[in-house]
Design a binder for this molecule. Sequence first.
Ligand code: SAM
Length: 279
Amino acid sequence: MSQIDGLPPLRDVITRHGIAAKKSLGQNFLLDLNLTAKIARLAGDLTGADVLEIGPGPGGLTRGLLAEGARRVVAIEKDTRCIAALEEIAAIYPGQLQIVNGDALEVDTTALLRPPVKIAANLPYNVGTELLVRWLTPPSWPPFWESLTLMFQREVAQRIVAAPGSKTYGRLAILSQWRTDPAIVLDLPPEAFTPAPKVSSAVVHLRALPAPRYPADPDVLNRVVATAFNQRRKMLRSALKPLGPDTEDRLNHAGIKPTARAEEIDLEGFCALARAYTA
Ligand code: SAM
């Protein structure tokens, strides 16, 4: 029995339910419940909040979130093998854990959640970045969530907090820093996971700002930044050509030298450029 909730250790749960880790689903599990409780605490005060958890797997982080006092957890898991294990957790937290067996890229979660909402997840890389971009680029702001507490490969975490001029500066840094204040709050070695991945991981905490730092249309900003960094070594006057005519005029209008490269432009510059493309 574990100290945090009296449920069996996660290794037993995995064996009993036959949840051998599948590479295709990016399954690297956290089995140390003290660690999952620590990650849950990094999400802030959960009492009185609904938590959206993506990819609960056998439920390590889910148990951490509930033990730390989450009002409710809504957990979206694609792997049907995990559902019976998650139902055992739901049984000892009556009415507090809603399990959805589905693909997080397809489930509309907003109808399932009551504000305030916090999002917490330990996700595979490809799904994680896709969801992060979606959470950061809704048409209006503030979004349905207050904060995101997300595990990423360390290299992805560094891209989220990167400053202009650095190798890792790009679309994730700009979209994240435009509407939130991201910070790396925990580093984890590969051995923290079962099976151990090849690379280190990090937890990033992103708190939604009440308003974006500078005005811009999210779709236009996303497109401008993706195009600019698609050919990051090129000068912007040629890198931005795929966006249409008048590239130099728009750059000048935004106060950016047409000979500059994407990695030299700060967030304020990219927002001005997005406005020049919206005009
Ligand atoms: N949260 C668990 C933990 O920390 O031990 C599991 C983390 S594991 C890195 C990622 C989890 O996401 C797996 O349980 C996997 O089945 C699930 N997953 C992968 N793709 C998904 C998707 N598109 N939608 C929902 N869950 C997904």
